[in-house]
Design a binder for this molecule. Structure first.
Ligand code: 5GP
Ligand code: MN
Length: 342
């Protein structure tokens, strides 16, 4: 069976490879950058190195995770360098993505070389396993970083002893867990807090990490958040669903930078009665959809059926290929249809 939870196969592949490339998804979040840097620090501990890359840029607040000696490459900025590293690689490890679709134009380069071994390490539902030689998939974890910690603990180098883990690696893992759980408010499994506890014992400074990640916003981002909530939030479906639309002119007005809208989609869920929240953001070639829900409401199904996307039950995303002016009506009708069927 291709899908496995056992770490042995992973670490023996790492052991026998010398040109390793680590890949994270488009619009990288804390779990994507955290898993890349954690894996890098761990591989370095075994006496090897690796190259790190993602399709497009990531928000400033994640720079604290970026390894100074091997910074994450941005494929869109450094295409030739990335293409060469990918072509020369003997092992490619994709993390925190359900499949190559999540790396857009980078997937061609990744899939081209059939001699290179490819591993996927991920926590999303329904991963696309075909393009990979080995898939380590577990949906019962908060984040890819949490899954990676469990794998690293099983490695011969660490052998269950957290004190052997470097502090940089532990901190990167904690960052991914912190961001994917929105500071431990969702996606928590019984082992999640035990694993976080191990990281704290290892010396991770949670307060410092929290400040770096959640308290380093620009003033214009804060103003954009206020504007969206007061002027753009619409409540539909008898008070069950909230959505906000952010168009290009508004992005410009508030000097929008990558990552500025991180977390906005969670805010309407604090309203009593709201079970589902969406943020629709105009991008160059599509409208990006972010979806969150409470309880049993399955936004993964909504994302797959109406938004060309997917994700998790309570946190999903996708893309709409239409004009931003058409999205409010499309979204409202889709919600109506979805609730009628449910
Ligand atoms: P976010 O709203 O933070 O961008 O994404 C939340 C989750 O939805 C991500 O962790 C990812 O699992 C999923 N997701 C976001 N965008 C897409 C997409 O375009 N396609 C798929 N399949 N999943 C997505
Ligand atoms: Mn994740």
């Amino acid at each position: 069976m291709k899908t496995c939870k056992n770490a042995e196969q992973l670490w023996s592949l790492v052991e026998s490879s010398s040109r390793i490339v680590l890949v994270g998804h488009t619009n990288p979040d804390g779990d994507a950058i955290g898993s890349l840097s954690a894996m890098y620090y761990f591989i370095r501990q075994t006496g090897k190195s690796a190259s790190l890359m993602v399709p497009n840029s990531f928000p400033d607040f994640l720079s604290c995770l970026n390894p100074a000696e091997e910074p994450v490459l941005i494929y869109r900025n450094d295409t030739d360098v990335c293409e060469k590293l990918i072509a020369d690689a003997d092992l490619i490890i994709c993390m925190d993505m359900s499949g190559p679709k999540r790396i857009d134009e980078m997937s061609d380069a990744i899939l081209k070389n059939s001699l290179t071994k490819r591993i996927l390490i991920d926590h999303h539902l329904n991963p696309d396993v075909d393009p990979f030689d080995t898939v380590i998939s577990d949906t019962e974890v908060s984040s890819t970083c949490e899954l990676l910690l469990s794998l690293i603990l099983e490695s011969p180098v660490i052998d269950g002893d957290i004190s052997r883990l470097s502090l940089e690696c532990a901190t990167s893992i904690a960052a991914g867990m912190l961001t994917d759980t929105n500071n431990f408010s969702n996606s928590i499994f019984p082992a999640t807090l035990e694993r976080m506890s191990l990281l704290l014992r290892r010396g991770v400074d949670r307060d410092c990490l929290y400040n770096e990640i959640f308290c380093s916003y620009s003033a214009s981002r804060m103003k954009l958040m206020g504007y969206l909530l007061s002027e753009k939030m619409k409540i539909i479906q008898d008070g069950c669903v909230a959505f906000m639309i952010l168009d290009k002119s508004e992005k410009e007005k508030y000097s929008f930078r990558t990552g500025d809208s991180e977390g906005f989609v969670n805010l309407p869920l604090r309203i009593k009665g709201i079970k589902m929240s969406a943020l629709l953001t105009e991008d160059d070639e599509f409208v990006k959809v972010s979806l969150r829900s409470k309880g049993d409401l399955d936004v993964n199904r909504f994302a797959r059926e109406y938004c060309n996307g997917g994700g998790h039950r309570n946190a999903s995303g996708g893309r709409l290929y239409m004009n931003i002016s058409e999205t409010a009506a499309y979204f409202t009708e889709s919600v109506y249809d979805y609730f009628k069927k449910a």
